[in-house]
Design a protein around this ligand. Structure first.
Ligand code: CA
Ligand code: CA
Length: 145
């Protein structure tokens, strides 16, 4: 089959880009709607300062817990690399929830570990891979800690 003339090719390319942009825009709108619903628990269509602040509070709490978790591991193992080699007991290259829970208990860390687990599972695959785990290493201490 002959290739379409360059002008048509450009047009097709532009159409494709426009379509991708529309899909991205839809995705953004979907996420914004989810966040907005989350922020507007009484569903009056208005996000009050108080509601917005509650969300900020949850976020700060999570950052703080995460930071304490990192500090705790560094105290116990010296570094996150050491912690990882200890954590992945069966050498599968990832930590599932059960594995994670068992190990965190052994480290005597008391905190909302489910939040940490969900937060660490960046790709949402249900377990924590080494790259995901090591992302902790670049986490900075929250200013308020
Ligand atoms: Ca494992
Ligand atoms: Ca994962």
């Amino acid at each position: 089959m002959a290739r379409p003339p360059p002008t048509l090719q450009r047009k097709l390319k532009k159409k494709k880009a426009e379509k991708a942009e529309a899909v991205a825009q839809e995705e953004i709108e979907r996420v914004v709607a989810v966040v907005y619903n989350f922020l507007d628990p009484n569903n009056d269509g208005d996000v009050t300062f108080k509601e917005f602040n509650a969300f900020g509070g949850i976020w700060r709490e999570l950052q703080q817990t995460k930071w304490e978790f990192i500090r705790h591991m560094r105290e116990c193992f010296g570094s996150l690399e050491e912690a990882w080699s200890f954590a992945d007991e069966d050498g599968s290259g990832s930590l599932d929830w059960v594995e994670f829970k068992r190990l965190v208990r052994r480290w005597d860390f008391a905190g909302p570990i489910k939040h940490i687990f969900t937060n660490l599972d960046l790709d949402g695959g249900g377990d924590i891979g080494e790259t995901e785990f090591m992302s902790l290493d670049s986490t900075e201490q929250p200013k308020w800690c």
